[in-house]
Design a protein. Structure first.
Length: 326
């Protein structure tokens, strides 16, 4: 079903949070940038942010955008940022140390927090957790009207956006552990009234954190405000990645905006005397285009393969024009 990006935004006038993912190397960054440029040209104050640990936005715009929003020269409303995680990771480790130390003291567990902290912060998902918290902070700050996120390859994006569910389970478990520890203290204490009236910073933290996560999950699953777009090449592997992961996003409740084809060869420029290699590539792309059209509900647009790399605002504008043409 072909309904283009212009129609998509007409059908979703309140759309505010857009995520772009797909197999590595399909051009997610370029497509996300093209959409962000279009939104900015509609008069929306727009932030294009990268949640991919291997950032590409500075290279794409030929401008250092690491760690803070940078207004793109020549654009009134487009700000670009590569999200920095180092400080957030260190801050998270410090907070975890404080919370675990307090909890062990609260539960009268005679051990140091270092082993627990090492276990928590060495988790492979810890950097994604820090990135997710940064993303939440940026969104909840509310400084922009539209947010476009260039995500990591799909498997990582799946884990990143899935953090809201992971965090909810973690908070529930922590609150149960805290209640169990509190009950044990009360049952063993001769100062029950004093214990019951003690301040509980862990509970305050968990309740506040849970509320933030629930709010983020509500935004992620709001089909009028959020959408995840898959970017693909007309090749087997990137299409297979979408087929593998699209069901997870749907099951999680994240609305699918559609599929965008990148680097399609313009058949109108192919002559009969064209090289066999190019003719074979065109035939292959035609075959996979039909597969995309029959496999996925919405094909939102097709971006041609340009004769030079997409880098700099002038080339990004060409991608925007191709994606949003009628």
């Amino acid at each position: 079903m072909r309904t283009g990006m212009v129609d998509f935004f007409k059908e979703h006038p309140r759309m505010q949070y857009l995520y772009f993912g797909g197999k590595g190397g399909v051009g997610k960054t370029v497509v996300a940038a093209a959409v962000a440029v279009w939104l900015a040209r509609q008069g929306k104050k727009t932030l294009l942010a990268s949640t991919n640990p291997v950032h590409s936005l500075s290279n794409l715009f030929k401008l250092d955008v690491f760690g803070r929003p940078v207004l793109i020269p020549g654009m009134d409303n487009l700000f670009v940022q590569e999200i920095e995680t180092k400080d957030t990771i260190q801050k998270s480790k410090t907070e975890i140390r404080e919370k675990i130390s307090w909890f062990l003291k609260f539960a009268d567990i005679p051990t140091k927090a270092d082993d627990f902290i090492e276990s928590a912060t060495m988790n492979p998902a810890f950097e994604e957790s820090a990135m997710f918290e940064n993303m939440i902070n940026i969104i909840f700050d509310g400084a922009f009207e539209a947010y476009v996120f260039d995500t990591a390859p799909t498997a990582n994006a799946r884990r990143l956006l899935g953090m809201s569910k992971v965090y909810t389970l973690w908070v529930d478990k922590m609150m149960k552990s805290r209640d169990d520890a509190r009950s044990m203290r009360l049952s063993l204490s001769f100062r029950k009234k004093k214990v019951a009236e003690e301040e509980d910073p862990l509970l305050d933290y968990l309740v506040t954190f849970r509320d933030r996560i629930n709010q983020m999950q509500t935004l992620l699953t709001d089909q009028e405000k959020s959408a995840f777009f898959f970017v693909t090449l007309l090749e087997s592997l990137p299409i297979a990645v979408i087929r593998r992961f699209i069901g997870w996003f749907e099951d999680f409740g994240i609305p699918i905006g559609g599929v965008i084809i990148n680097q399609a060869i313009d058949c109108s420029e192919i002559g009969e005397d064209c090289a066999t290699f190019v003719l074979n590539r065109v035939e292959m792309q035609d075959r996979y285009r039909k597969e995309v059209e029959t496999s996925f509900e919405h094909l939102r647009g097709e971006i041609p393969l340009f004769d030079q790399e997409v880098r700099g605002l002038e080339m990004i504008n060409k991608v925007t024009e191709a994606l949003f043409q009628r």
